[in-house]
Design a protein around this ligand. Structure first.
Ligand SMILES: NC(=O)C1=CN([C@@H]2O[C@H](COP(=O)(O)OP(=O)(O)OC[C@H]3O[C@@H](n4cnc5c(N)ncnc54)[C@H](OP(=O)(O)O)[C@@H]3O)[C@@H](O)[C@H]2O)C=CC1
Ligand SMILES: Cc1cn([C@H]2C[C@H](O)[C@@H](COP(=O)(O)OP(=O)(O)O[C@H]3O[C@@H](C)C(=O)[C@@H](O)[C@H]3O)O2)c(=O)[nH]c1=O
Ligand SMILES: [Mg+2]
Length: 307
């Protein structure tokens, strides 16, 4: 996907998360990128705007001062298990802050792109989830993200809520791929759940898609599903990660990856057993061509994630 248009001023909230940092790099080619982090600093040493989303009152004044043409919110409380014992910060960052951000966007006539999650579903479905399928989150994180979706929808802002899933980058961020490579280098055997199905989605794909959407302009406000094509289990994803890492010489040899049941890997948060997303709406509206998750994985390694 190539984007030549000048998109004006794009504010990336949460500019140093795994999605936020790839967005900044991707959009730099076609926009004047502004960013916020909690510290006002970027991991690469650069400076940016300071915004702590637990202080929702700080959002509107910041937008009035920066006057961006578009806002992309890539900040979130994403620690799924920790959220079970910390519901307040999860709710503040994933629900209250996005609502305030959307209200401020509505007041200023700015379009907002926001990310949500497959974990809004309970995973009892048997075919890929469509945007209007019933939500029923199983955990605190999923509930807080669903509340965020609702707050944005109620704001009156022109918006797009992109529900995505199983997000990873090869070179940065806390994610399943990087956990597997770290632990896989230390152990001969890993036990990974083989009864949760979804679609691993690389940050480069999300960044490319957002660039395309900004170029076209938000066609119609609402929720849309965005993920790599195809489906696998965490176990299948782990095996593909190790095959790719060994082929590229990033790992001397793959550990044995033993398929286990969710019941044999107890975690504080319950996760949906099936959360494949039907992406047809978004592909049609924005003429997006979404790669299979295996191709997404190869390109994540090839690109070093930076597009
Ligand atoms: N990761 C995944 O598998 C999936 C993610 N999503 C969604 O995609 C979006 C991007 O996620 P991803 O890039 O993976 O998330 P990350 O956890 O990598 O990044 C989230 C960012 O939010 C920032 N943040 C957290 N709390 C605050 C706060 N109080 N004030 C300001 N910033 C804060 C973090 O900053 P700091 O580093 O300082 O904490 C971090 O930079 C989120 O909306 C997420 O819910 C959807 C599906 C799957
Ligand atoms: C590390 C590890 C995890 N697992 C299991 C636990 C869990 O069921 C599954 C994935 O573990 P993780 O903690 O990496 O994944 P998790 O934090 O649940 O990932 C989720 O993050 C949020 C932010 C989202 O929005 C979701 O789309 C999803 O990507 O793999 C194993 O079976 N073996 C292992 O060695
Ligand atoms: Mg996690």
């Amino acid at each position: 996907m190539s984007v030549a248009a000048n998109l004006g001023r794009v504010l990336v909230v949460g500019g140093d998360g795994q999605v936020g940092s790839d967005l900044r790099r991707r959009l730099a080619a076609c926009a004047q990128v502004l960013a916020t982090t909690r510290s006002g600093r970027l991991a690469d040493g650069g400076e940016c705007e300071t915004l702590d989303l637990s202080d929702a009152e700080a959002i509107a004044p910041l937008l009035r001062r920066l006057r961006p043409d578009h806002v992309v919110n890539a900040a979130a409380y994403t620690a799924v298990d920790r959220a079970e014992s910390e519901p307040e910060p999860a709710q503040a960052i994933n629900a209250i802050a996005p609502g305030r951000l959307a209200q401020a966007c509505a007041e200023a006539g700015i379009g907002l792109i926001h990310f949500s999650t497959d974990y809004v579903f309970d995973g009892r479905g048997a075919r890929p989830y469509r945007e209007d399928d019933a939500t029923a989150p199983l955990n605190v994180y999923g509930r807080s993200k669903l509340d965020g979706e609702r707050a944005i929808a109620a704001s009156g802002a022109r918006h797009l809520i992109l529900r995505t899933a199983w997000v990873y980058a090869a070179t940065h961020g806390q994610n399943f791929l990087r956990t597997m490579l770290r632990v896989g280098a230390q152990r001969d055997e890993l036990r990974v759940v083989a009864d949760q199905r979804g679609s691993p989605t690389p940050t480069w794909l999300l960044a490319d898609a957002v660039a395309r959407i900004l170029e076209r302009g938000i066609v119609d406000s609402g929720v849309r599903h965005l993920a790599a094509a195809g489906e696998t289990t965490w176990h299948g994803f782990a095996e593909a990660i190790f095959a790719e890492a060994v082929a590229r010489g990033l790992l001397a040899r793959a550990p044995r990856v033993t398929a286990i049941a969710t019941a044999d890997y107890p975690t504080p948060a319950q996760r949906p057993p099936y959360s494949v997303l039907d992406t047809q709406c978004l592909r049609n509206e924005y003429a997006l061509d979404l790669p299979d998750w295996r191709e997404g994985l190869r390109q994540a390694f090839d690109r070093g994630d930076s597009g």
